[in-house]
Design a protein around this ligand. Structure first.
Ligand code: GLY
Length: 556
């Protein structure tokens, strides 16, 4: 008996001493799909940097995440190098040369429903390939072909359809067939576990790997995109494609307490609105109010309401309109915006117009965050706009074309597919970039890298990023908990406070209603799919992959 107790004790001791603790994370990629995260992570393991991984992950997402991953859309890239240098690249789509201000209006000046969202006329000039290749040209270290190869392999060998994907493909299959006039790849009917091979996409990727930008913008790939877009009612031309150029822009930077935030400037509204919201709440002790308490939610919603009102009026492509960025970010201006804020009662959106200064998006965007072992950080948000963009499927290259044209204001004052109301500043013009909400953001604390964050979600992108940053910084949450936490959203118009369904208790909802908020808690959709990386003061890296999607982190 004594002997057996001793041997049990020995066994227990042995088990304790051999218990494996995971090694610290050196680098990470967090994206909408594990295959895309692994494609980037494997590049990091081979000695590539975060920018190389950005290329590999972007192309892999095109294969395994057709709802939003793309070579036929556009996006924004924000980086912070290990040395602290920051920058951002705008590879947003542009309106085709033949686009006009009233492209989506009938003879009476009314918006024709569906024209800017479904079919060829919804398609903007894709910027994704030019953007990804520009990141590689400026910051990459490994050969381009090596970075595209993982995506080619995925397209040739096939990827496994998840439960969520099968549901999504089947939900949209009728629309795919309607727009394309026949059953195309994603309209075939799927179940979880099916394998999807996409040889046409593999061929297009090989063309890009061999010829760079010309392989996409000036080859048979370009011809296929133009032909299909035109056959479905569009105006995209070879001339449009040949002329597309991405643009390096100064990132939008601002402080919040001891944080320094680096985000995307116009034509994304993301950076400005995030900055406005954070500055508007900065004077208040939100930490003591508690996470998702009636008090803290009320304050944040009132900041969101005011910022979205400004977004609608002032923001557009800075190459076409004068965006009063400095005024919109001015601390005194933002204090004045909160002068009519009441702790007790909601301000009606009808009483919140845009500010007085001298002088409207899909749920199906996608974001990924990358950190390499040296400390280079990358935040990328990229989109086709709506789920599967315009639903126009180019069979020769195995992908959907974007419907980014809906992010313009078809008619000032009319809401777009996200209910966002736009103004003249965001009206359509040839070669103009449509306003976005994408908010790829990098946060520094005491001059050190602190957070890499972003999300899809159309108009809810900015509020999701806003809440995730506060969850970590103010409410002390771990990265994954901060991502999991229930979200809410207000965008000025419509004057509704949207809560994720079944995530807020009756007492909170009642408390918000008492303050006068029109609460929409049965909203059927999730808000955002945040993928983020946190670096603690001691240098410990942790990841947050949003369980609302199939999102996953790959680390090493
Ligand atoms: N299409 C979504 C966005 O750009 O915000």
């Amino acid at each position: 008996m004594k002997k057996s107790i001793i041997s049990l004790l020995c066994l227990a001791l042995f088990a304790c001493s051999t218990k494996t603790t995971s090694p610290p994370i050196k680098g990470a990629v967090v994206s909408a799909r594990i295959e895309a995260s692994e494609a980037g992570r494997d590049i990091l393991k081979k000695g590539g940097n975060a920018y190389d991984a950005m290329v590999a992950t972007s192309f892999a997402l095109t294969v395994v995440y057709p709802v939003a991953g793309n070579i036929t859309g556009g996006g924004f890239f924000v980086y912070r190098s290990a040395e602290g240098e920051t920058g951002s690249l705008d590879y947003r789509e542009m309106a085709p040369l033949k686009a006009t201000k009233d492209l989506y209006l009938d003879d009476d000046g009314n918006v024709i429903p569906g024209k800017s969202t479904i079919g060829g006329l919804a398609v903007g000039i894709p910027g994704a390939v030019a953007g990804i290749l520009e990141v590689h040209r400026k910051l990459g270290s490994l050969p381009l072909a090596d970075l595209i190869q993982p995506a080619i392999d995925l397209a040739e060998k096939g990827y496994i359809v998840s439960e969520k994907q099968a549901k999504s493909y089947n939900r949209y299959s009728k629309q795919f067939t309607g727009v394309n006039g026949k059953v195309t790849l994603y309209a075939k009917g799927y179940k979880a576990g099916d394998r999807v091979k996409n040889i046409p996409l593999a061929n297009a990727l090989k063309e890009i790997a061999a010829k760079g930008n010309a392989g996409f913008y000036e080859s048979w790939v370009a011809e296929a995109m133009v032909n299909k877009t035109r056959a479905t009612g569009g105006i995209l031309s070879l001339e449009d494609l040949k002329a597309y150029l991405p643009k390096w822009r100064d990132p939008l930077t601002f402080s919040y307490k001891d944080l320094n935030l680096i985000s995307m400037a116009p034509p994304s509204s993301g950076g400005i609105c995030l900055g406005q919201m954070m500055k508007m709440i900065e004077p208040y002790d939100i930490k003591s109010m508690g996470h998702n308490s009636v008090e803290s939610m009320h304050l944040m919603v009132e900041a969101e309401r005011r910022s979205y009102a400004d977004r609608s009026h002032f923001l557009g492509d800075p190459d076409f309109v004068a965006v009063p960025q400095d005024h919109l970010m001015d601390e005194n201006y933002l204090l004045s915006r909160m002068e009519n804020y009441s702790k007790e009662a909601a301000t009606a959106s009808a009483d919140v117009s845009h500010g007085d200064i001298i002088v409207v998006e899909s749920d199906e965007t996608t974001h990924f965050s990358i950190l390499d072992a040296k400390g280079n950080a990358v935040a990328v948000t990229t989109t086709l706009n709506g789920a599967y963009g315009s639903k126009v499927f180019v069979e020769e290259i195995g992908v959907f074309m974007n419907n980014e044209m809906d992010d313009f204001s078809s008619k000032p004052g009319e809401p777009n597919m996200f209910g966002l109301t736009g103004s003249e500043a965001n009206s359509i013009a040839p070669k103009k970039r449509m306003l976005s909400s994408m908010t790829p953001t990098i946060v520094e604390k005491d001059n050190k890298l602190y957070l890499i964050v972003g999300t899809p979600g159309g108009s809810t992108i900015i509020t999701s990023v806003f809440q995730t940053i506060l969850n970590v910084y103010e409410h002390g949450m771990e990265m994954q908990a901060a991502v999991n936490a229930p979200r809410f959203h207000h965008q000025w118009l419509p004057d509704n406070l949207v809560l994720e369904p079944e995530k807020f208790d009756a007492k909170t909802i009642e408390g918000l209603q008492k303050k006068g908020h029109s609460v929409e808690a049965k909203y059927s959709k999730i808000i955002g799919k945040v993928d983020a990386i946190h670096i603690s003061e001691s240098g410990t890296i942790s990841v947050g992959a949003d369980p609302r999607g199939d999102d996953a982190a790959a680390t090493h």
